[in-house]
Design a protein around this ligand. Structure first.
Ligand code: ADP
Length: 162
């Protein structure tokens, strides 16, 4: 049984992230989508909300578990018995940071591989930051987010009193 961990901030989870999950499941039997607190990135949504939205987005994927993690990624991956880390690569701009992280993680544990997957073209420019910008200015979020995530962002920006 192969298992991979897909870590990220998921602030909030987008259809681009889901596209990476779908592709990962072609390679691994099971996947843990691991949501990091990442206080340095100053996420808009609290960790519990990011986890809940990711769980909703993953409801049609029975082999995907969503969990928060608050330790060094390498330790978490080892503790969960996973064979690999999955990350998405949208463009060359993602490369340098991802390359550094993958090599650093491998320095800590030489057996730990990071697998990079490219999303479908329509999501290759999609970032959680862009989606937040759209929400701030009342743009249409449906192409990028599940309805629950769109509603949560609108609420965060006080655009939706529900
Ligand atoms: P992080 O703060 O760790 O970068 P993110 O939630 O922004 O967390 O992203 C998690 C992973 O998903 C990263 O590898 C990122 O490159 C990837 N990712 C984010 N958006 C997309 C997208 N639209 N298509 C493909 N991969 C993506």
């Amino acid at each position: 049984m192969t298992l991979a961990v897909y870590p990220g901030t998921f602030d909030p989870i987008t259809r681009g992230h889901t596209d990476i999950v779908r592709r990962s499941l072609g390679l691994f039997d099971r996947l843990i989508l691991a949501v990091a607190p990442n206080p340095r990135k100053e996420p808009l949504l609290p960790l519990a909300d990011r986890v809940a939205l990711a769980q909703t987005a993953m409801k049609d994927f029975p082999t995907v578990a969503v969990e928060p993690f608050e330790e060094l990624l390498v330790d978490y991956v080892r503790r969960r018995g996973a064979q690999a880390i999955v990350r998405g690569l949208r463009a060359v701009s993602d490369f340098e940071h991802e390359f550094q992280m993958a090599l650093l993680n491998r320095k800590i544990d030489d057996r730990l591989e990071t697998v990079f997957l490219m999303p479908s073209e329509e999501y290759s420019y999609l970032t959680s930051s862009l989606v937040k910008e759209l929400a701030l200015f009342d743009g249409d979020l449906d192409p990028f987010l599940i309805p629950e995530a769109a509603a949560r962002l609108r609420r965060a920006y006080h655009r939706d009193p529900t």
